[in-house]
Design a protein around this ligand. Structure first.
Ligand code: FEO
Length: 388
């Protein structure tokens, strides 16, 4: 195995899960990494672990550097099992190790997952753990995105071990930001933030304010690349996301039965284009929800269309609305559209969902009976082009 050294005595010992395509219902395209880090000092610390099935690979990587039995501390920045899953396997070997976790929610979470027998040491924001020449300081980041979250800072090495924050589901045999396609890495960072952290913008803003006070040369998250060259860019992305900065972009998302709602969607795209708004069209049968919400993070408009099916909306429009509602996007403008045969409830259902999730509804639903005529399609285009 290749040894990956961040700085002398500090190693990447994580794993690449090349085949993962769904991360707790979030569709991903290229797998994921679970990053763990090993610090060799007078005391040896392992920062986070990996998902349980990869415990053997983690221990193999550690064994190339030291005997895992010599680990003194496992710092658990986050209870979620993609980072804590291998703790029992590591503890089975590292008999004298102590698990460092946040007070009180890290401890509660780890005990609920792995029982009460392991030796735990709780830490609060600002606590310092000495490893010898180096120290670790803990920064509390609650609800980013679980109650227990914290990040760990090593001031002597200027490394922030940021766990989920600044992470991405990006896989490569290379582990630094300047060793891959930075445009793709930044896109995956947006994708990760949108699908995992979007509901927690206020917490992200607070965490970013703390991070800004630290002198950082490396940000080592628990997913994706280690930031060393593009730290300014990723911090700027997080600033924009957490402040809800939007672009003049509209998402037109639809499902269709006999292409009538689809024709309406195309006219809406034309209307937005005429008014100078960049529009993106998503046909739900061919699109991943995770890609749509990635664009939604920075889009100004969200427009959703469905024909009426059995007095209701199409099932995948329902799935979209459920997913978006949970992510609680802020400051969006939108409206509903769709065709119908006789009862015509779909647009009202979408409209109500928009109101419930706080979308600013800027137009009454556009409903067309059966098949839109050429004149009706032009009228839809004109209406959207004339939006103030
Ligand atoms: Fe990567 Fe919230 O776990």
């Amino acid at each position: 195995m290749n040894k990956i050294e961040l700085k002398p005595g500090i190693y990447y010992v994580g794993v690449v899960d090349w085949n993962l395509r769904n991360f707790h219902s979030y569709d991903i395209h290229n797998g994921a990494t679970y990053n763990a880090y090993l610090i060799i000092d007078e005391k040896i610390a392992l920062i986070d672990t990996v998902m349980a099935p990869f415990a053997g690979e983690l221990l193999d990587r550690i064994s190339e550097i030291i005997d895992p039995a010599d680990i003194d501390y496992i710092v658990s920045n986050h209870v979620e099992m993609d980072h804590s899953g291998a703790i029992p396997d590591v503890m089975a070997v590292a008999k004298n190790a102590v698990i460092i976790t946040s007070d009180p929610n890290g401890l509660k979470g780890l005990r609920a997952h792995y029982g009460t027998d392991f030796p735990y040491q709780q830490v609060k924001a600002g606590d310092v753990l000495s490893l010898g020449k180096r120290t670790l300081t803990f920064v509390s980041t609650p609800m980013l995105h679980w109650p227990d979250n914290m990040v760990t800072y090593c001031p002597e090495e200027k490394i922030l071990f940021s766990n989920d924050a600044f992470g991405q589901h990006y896989t490569s045999t290379k582990h630094f930001d300047d060793e891959g396609d930075i445009a793709q890495i930044l896109y995956e960072t947006k994708n990760y933030y949108a699908n995992i952290l979007m509901p927690f913008a206020a917490q992200a803003k607070k965490a970013l304010a703390v991070v800004e006070t630290l002198d950082i040369e490396l940000i080592a998250p628990s997913h994706g690349v280690i930031w060393r060259t593009y730290i300014k860019q990723v911090k700027e992305l997080y600033r924009a996301f957490s402040e809800g900065v939007t672009e003049n972009t509209a998402l037109v998302i639809y499902d269709t039965m006999w292409h009538s709602t689809e024709s309406m969607a195309l006219s809406i795209v034309e209307g937005f284009t005429r008014r100078g708004t960049k529009a993106k069209l998503y046909y739900l049968k061919e699109s991943d929800l995770s890609d749509i919400v990635t664009e939604l993070l920075t889009a100004r408009y969200i427009v959703i269309g469905s024909p009426t099916l059995n007095n209701n909306i199409m099932p995948n429009v329902g799935a979209l609305l459920t997913y978006i509602k949970g992510l609680a996007p802020k400051g969006k403008k939108g409206f509903a559209f769709g065709s119908y045969g006789w009862s015509g409830q779909s647009t009202g259902i979408i409209n109500d969902a928009f109101i419930e999730m706080g979308v600013n509804v800027i137009m009454d639903p556009i409903k067309i009976n059966y098949i839109p005529s050429k004149e009706q399609l032009i009228e839809i285009e004109n209406k959207v082009a004339a939006l103030s």
